[in-house]
Design a protein around this ligand. Structure first.
Ligand code: NAP
Length: 379
């Protein structure tokens, strides 16, 4: 019997996650109908995606962007319109940065399930987002490979004692702290395992990405920070694990590929062959290494734990200042080591609001970005 096609929109379809999601959909095109696509600056690619996938709606940041036969929307309002469209069964939120938060909330208000790649949404407003999802009966299915792994391992969260999140350790795992802190942009962008957008690649080099993932895991699975452990696993084969109350550990393994968690998230609870990774062989892999993270070399990870534990607007401040510092590093204005110094200073100077509203979150985000840019200028 033919199953009903799942109607999907992808916001951020021109990015690393977005393009891989379209590769998945192309492979199992009989399972999906595309409602909306969106891009930021890459209008060339967005145009090609419109030609190939013929969505009903497209959203661009370029006011001159138009495509015959497809309703064109613009900017954040356009993203929100796509995400409010109840034709959608699921929205893949694959934009990077704070732009993901409002469209995600719109989808939740409209009862539409979400495949969530955009971790900033939970780092900025995890309490509000998860509460609203619960109230509206919306499933939030993680796309991040670590959270996808945990999602696959958990049957009953009440029986889980600990989440174990793996980290590849990034390009500087075996470099000294000094080598890491003075690395070039090119060195920081050459991640040994994953090919991703620039912002997340730099965060992976400093391990801030792992810190953001710890906060994401806290919100997604409702675990205390003390029960979320990060372990460095350079081969990126074990994508994460959980420890049950009786000490049993269940891990999810696979060759590193973002196609698989994306496919899992957008087809959940079904599973299809789709883009299938090479068959797994323990004997070919031969060994799996694990080590404790070096919090001295990667202080951003410690900072993220601390800000997560403080909660409220502390993670908003950390996220915004880190993002501005990452952009400044990519622009050659500061060193890689300065990213931590800036983020640490900004969070130390921040007056935490315990339960900020969405408006307050955006106000704080703006204010922190302005102050961070000033601090960067003074450096
Ligand atoms: N890449 C991964 O493997 C991976 C893994 C786990 C989680 N994530 C998370 O997934 C999200 C996306 O990551 P990515 O690596 O795919 O990033 P990316 O390659 O930089 O792509 C970002 C996407 O968002 C769009 N975008 C950026 N700013 C925008 C704005 N102001 N308005 C509208 N659209 C905007 C970009 O459009 P243009 O390119 O057209 O400008 C692009 O489509 C991030 O939150 C990241 O942390 C990524």
């Amino acid at each position: 019997m033919e199953t009903k096609k799942r109607k999907i929109s992808i916001i951020g379809s021109t990015g690393s996650i977005g393009t891989q999601a379209l590769e998945v959909i192309e492979k199992i095109s009989d399972k999906f109908e595309i409602i909306g696509l969106s891009g930021g600056k890459n209008t060339e690619l967005l145009k090609k995606q419109c030609e190939k996938f013929k969505p009903k709606y497209v959203c661009s940041n370029d006011v001159d962007f138009k495509f015959d036969g497809i309703k064109t929307l613009y900017d954040e309002k356009g993203l929100e319109e796509i995400c409010s469209n109840q034709e959608n069964d699921i929205i893949l939120v694959a934009v990077s940065g704070k732009i993901g938060l409002k469209p995600t909330l719109k989808a939740i208000e409209n009862g539409i399930d979400i495949a969530l790649a955009n971790k900033e949404t939970l780092v900025m407003a995890g309490d509000i987002v998860m509460q609203k999802a619960k109230e509206n009966g919306v499933n939030i299915i993680p796309v991040d490979s670590e959270h996808c792994a945990i999602h696959q391992c958990i049957k009953n969260i009440k029986q889980v004692d600990k989440l174990i999140i793996t980290a590849s350790g990034g390009p500087f795992l075996h470099k000294t702290k000094e080598e890491m802190n003075s690395a070039t942009v090119e060195q920081a962008l050459s991640h040994p395992r994953w090919n991703m957008g620039k912002k997340i690649t730099i965060d992976s080099a400093t391990l801030m990405n792992k810190g953001l993932e710890v906060i994401e895991a806290h919100h997604l699975f409702g675990m205390n920070y003390d029960d979320i452990e990060v372990v460095v696993h350079p081969q990126s084969i074990v994508h994460s694990a959980i420890e049950y109350k009786d000490g049993s550990v269940i891990a999810q393994l696979g060759l590193p590929s973002m196609h698989i968690p994306i496919q899992y998230a957008i087809t959940y609870p079904d599973r299809y062959e789709g883009i299938k990774s090479k068959s797994f062989s323990f004997s070919e892999i031969a060994r799996l290494d694990f080590e404790k993270p070096d919090f001295d070399k990667f202080p951003t990870l410690k900072l993220a734990y601390n800000m997560g534990k403080i909660g409220g607007s502390a993670t908003v401040c950390m996220n915004a200042s880190n993002e501005e510092a990452v952009f400044a590093f990519l622009d050659g204005k500061i060193s890689l080591g300065d990213i931590y110094k800036i983020t640490d200073k900004m969070t130390q100077n921040h007056n935490v609001i315990k339960n900020p509203s969405i408006d307050e979150i955006f106000e704080i985000d703006n204010e922190v970005r302005i102050k961070t840019k000033e601090l960067i200028k003074r450096l």
